[in-house]
Design a protein around this ligand. Structure first.
Ligand code: RB5
Length: 364
């Protein structure tokens, strides 16, 4: 299901509510980033929330509405990876998708009537990017982003969806409620191991010469820096086996966090980390990134112990959890095999796979 991030200032609020009704009727899943009434608010505050959720990949597309749509598009287009188009007619909406591959639509709540706005939204959502010569131009825009935007001020944590077919296949079996505990445990371990390719994609290599049976060869080995794995108890334990099979020298720390059943707030009840964790790249493991509370807490603890380069590896993430982790720890990469729709009232991911801990350990 297409997922859309929505936002408006006070001047766009009413049109946003109409667009929401339209999206609901047409079975689009959306998240409303505010504002929630007609009290004056500053459009940059709303625009930046929606734009960053798109840049990080939490939402593939978004719609922003202010009085004219201009302020929203100016702000959103400051965020690398966001291509906002202000459209007040159907032709422009179509072209902004087909030619510009826009991932954000901005509208002026004081300019167009609700019915036309809905038609524009429909056209924009349904028109695919044409690619071809247009792709070349988009690549030129991307090159400009590289050139003009200083990336080294703050490392921007990415959301990486590791959607390799093998992983997706195994994930389907994992989701199935009829999968046995034994198979579930094996699959968690296998998927974690497969995802390791993406987790370790950027680890540094050093050159080394080796003697093959034929001649000398210039080859590469992983440089000194080593890994620390930190599973969040208890479900994170299920991910350890598969990863250790590939990186047997990694050290393993443990952080125990449980969620208070009434508030879902995280409480740390156990923490034992490798002494040299500050010198290691750290991968925190938890199959489910739901509310993000435990993840935020675990990352905080690991940072307090001096770790600098931290990744969070999960199997299924909810947009709410990704948002929470990235606002608390914008430098941390999140790697997941799937980004699901949402959380339900009990904090479970929908559609998700249920309680990963219970399914790994057979406790239900
Ligand atoms: C608010 O009055 C108005 O300036 C704002 O909604 C927008 O039109 C800015 O571009």
């Amino acid at each position: 299901m297409e997922r859309i991030a929505l936002g408006a200032d006070h001047a766009g609020y009413r049109l946003k509510e109409d667009i929401k009704a339209f999206l609901k009727e047409n079975n689009y899943y959306f998240e409303d980033f505010g504002t929630f009434d007609t009290k004056p608010v500053d459009y940059p505050e709303i625009a930046i929330k929606v734009a960053t959720s798109i840049a990080k990949g939490v939402f593939p597309r978004g719609i922003l509405i202010c009085g004219t749509g201009i302020g929203m598009s100016i702000v959103a287009n400051k965020v690398p990876g966001v291509y906002a188009a202000l459209c007040h007619d159907i032709f422009t909406a179509r072209a902004s998708r087909a030619h510009n591959n826009s991932n954000l639509l901005t509208l002026g709540g004081r300019i167009i009537a609700s019915e036309l706005a809905k038609e524009i939204v429909r056209e924009w959502l349904e028109t695919p990017f044409e690619g071809g010569r247009h792709l070349r131009r988009i690549q030129q825009i991307m090159a400009l982003e590289e050139k003009f935007i200083k990336k080294d001020v703050v490392k921007n944590g990415r959301l990486v969806i590791v959607d390799h077919p093998l992983i997706q296949h195994k994930l389907s079996i994992l989701r199935d409620k009829n999968t046995s505990v034994k198979e579930f445990r094996e699959l968690i371990s296998e998927i974690s191991a497969l995802m390791l390719f993406e987790v370790t994609r950027d680890i540094p290599l050093v050159e080394k010469e080796v003697e093959t049976p034929i001649s000398r060869a210039k080859s590469f080995v992983i440089s000194g820096k080593e890994l620390a794995l930190v599973p969040i108890l208890r479900a994170g334990l299920g991910m350890i086996d598969g990863i250790l099979r590939l990186i047997p020298n990694a050290k393993v720390g443990h952080i125990g966090v449980y969620r208070k059943p009434d508030t879902l707030d995280p409480v740390v009840y156990y923490c034992k980390l490798p002494k040299d964790i500050a010198e290691r790249d750290v991968v925190i493991l938890d199959p489910m990134l739901a509310t993000g509370g435990s993840a935020v807490e675990a990352i905080k603890i690991v940072k307090e112990h001096g770790a600098k380069n931290i990744k969070f590896l999960c199997i299924i993430a909810a947009p709410e959890g990704v948002g929470k982790v990235h606002s608390a720890h914008p430098d941390v990469d999140i790697l997941t095999a799937a980004l699901d729709e949402r959380l339900n009232d009990h904090g479970y991911i929908v559609p998700g796979l249920g309680d990963a801990g219970d399914r790994i350990f057979g406790t239900k």
